[in-house]
Write a protein that binds this ligand. Sequence first.
Ligand SMILES: [Fe+2]
Ligand SMILES: [Fe+2]
Ligand SMILES: [Fe+2]
Length: 423
Amino acid sequence: MFTLKNFVLLFKNLGHNEYKRFILDSIQVAKISSLIAKEYPILNHRNVYVLGLSHNVGHFLRDFNEILSLKSMEEIEKLSKTQIHSLASYYLLKRVRFFDEEEIESVLYHHSDFSFENKTRVIGSILKLADMIAHEFSRIETFDDYAIVLPNLWRKIERLKIPNTFKNTVIEILKDYKLIETLIDDDLHLELLESSIEIPIEIDSSVEMAKIMSLMQGMRSYTTRNHISIVARVSQKIAESYLGKYDGKILKIAGYFHDIGKLKVPLKVLHKKRSLTQEEWILMRKHVVDTSEILINSGLKYLAEICAAHHERLDGSGYPFGLKGDEMFCYQRLLQVSDVYSALIENRPYRKALNYKEALNFLKSEVKRDRLDEKYVNELENLVKSDSTLQRASFEDVLEDIFEEDYKKIRHELPEVVSRLVG
Ligand SMILES: [Fe+2]
Ligand SMILES: [Fe+2]
Ligand SMILES: [Fe+2]
């Protein structure tokens, strides 16, 4: 269902508001690193491109050490800020089975000293160098800047303590004016990757990619980060038990993305403590349309259909289209149930969380009013009885969702990973 191209496009389409600069920088690093990697047959330049795009995703967990209660650990003290986000990127990407181990480990070293001793360190050094080049390129606004920045950059690279062959490869790339054009605009230039970008991504890695991208929402809004993670979990569980395992995974991805359009909602509206004005409601409700647009532009029309219906209701009273029950399919109806339930058991800026029994009672009253699908509400009620993780919206569960089985391992194996990192 998902291809690598979908995720690459999605990454670009998430570049709104506070994230615009972040995404553009990542795109530059992706292009530059894959051009360098292409010169080395042992490297997969397409994978290096994706690593370039995602090497800084650890920033989405800016409080990585705090949320894992690692702060008290002596090892963490040895790390600089840049090393902490490298570590966070490493743990996030580790779960995406699309990369091989050496590729994933390379992100650990993208701020370390240059080293070319093995494939991991070569990719790490390419990312570091690409970062440096991208930074210089970000200063080019006119052709006059271009004439100053490029020669400076050549000289800078000349002075680096890196092997001459590597140095020359990079300078050759920077002398190719056709490539330079590719590097100074903000486009993804997927043609650099040829058709290899169309490969399917297996479902478990798709879930991980979706999770990583959805974490971007958490950088600006903790409320939203917790919400999407809870909706993803509740949706997955209902779908798994009522429909099937694979459906559970699709619904989990839908949970991660259903509110992604909130990236465009102003924070003063998103986090407002009092009720919204009419104008603010318009901005808030627009998140559904933005969610749909972001997903459609990434080639994910089916996912867009599932996600865009989460505020619709069976009696036609929902938004944005006022769809009626028979116009909606099972995944859409299921997501509506899990979205309402999750929202109710969460603390919100304007109200306290309900306990799960009150939340279920509310869902049942919605069923009576013909607004929510009874079978998914019943299924949820059965599940909640025996699964305490569905009874509350806890931060602990959000973290377990992010790292899954790695969550308990991280503290344990951290000293060893840190010693590799600080060398
Ligand atoms: Fe970085
Ligand atoms: Fe929503
Ligand atoms: Fe939601």
